[in-house]
Write a protein that binds this ligand. Sequence first.
Ligand code: IPD
Ligand code: CA
Ligand code: CA
Length: 274
Amino acid sequence: MTASILQFTRALAVQAGQLILQERNAAVNLETSFKDGVELVTQVDVMAEEFICDRIREAFPEHRILAEESAPDMRDLSTYKGPLWIIDPIDGTVNYAHGHYQSAVSIAYVDQGLVQCGVVCNPFVDETFHAQLGQGAFLNDKAIKVGEKTELRRCLIATGFPYVKGDMTPLLRRVALVLQECADLRRLGSAALDICWVAMGRIDGYYENLSVWDFAAAQLIAREAGARYGHFKPVPDGVSAQFHNKNILIANPTLYPLLDDLLNRADAVQLTLP
Ligand code: IPD
Ligand code: CA
Ligand code: CA
């Protein structure tokens, strides 16, 4: 990958970040709706996605784009080897619509089936994370490293919960065991930022089921910062681990197996739910 693609990606994420920041500052009332009746989306999600996709199409007309708001084509994602952009125009939309600061633009560039560079920009606190494969991870151009904790009881864990309320029992079992065995738990509302926060030690471990645009950029940032990225349940045959969106687990290499074990032990937790 050329350095100019990284420069392009960073500039684009920062520009889109300014757009979402300015739009929210200017809005008296953000226009919101619900995808499939449950998932909140604002007009700025769509506007920011169009802005990003238009810039990519101008610069790289032959590249494929997978973006959250425009009926993303998930076919052959695990086997596709051409240049591909994976975009979440606002990760943390619920926070965004409620006036919180934990929201970000996430852009990943993929080639040869591997994420080559990733940028996550939170314009509300002026923090931009970036990584290039094999070149380390950075926050506002300063190198970052995953935290060094080794004991679960000292760890701050982050996770998230689905919009669609299905059977919550497995999630609640995990939460019960995390609360019992770790220091505390956070639900911050932006998976991309949760993962970047693991990459720079604000959070010690993270697990969740996601969509690929939530984590494509951030997982590279975490790995380049020294974190282990994987899954606490088996990845199905033929599916690229880099894009597998279920049971994601990210932590430093010492904590990873401890959390993996904890999340699997959670399956046996007895819960009493109404
Ligand atoms: C959501 C956030 C949230 C996670 C959800 C995602 P969105 O993305 O990353 O933290 O728990 O699973 O869908 O909808 O704000 O782009
Ligand atoms: Ca998202
Ligand atoms: Ca989004």
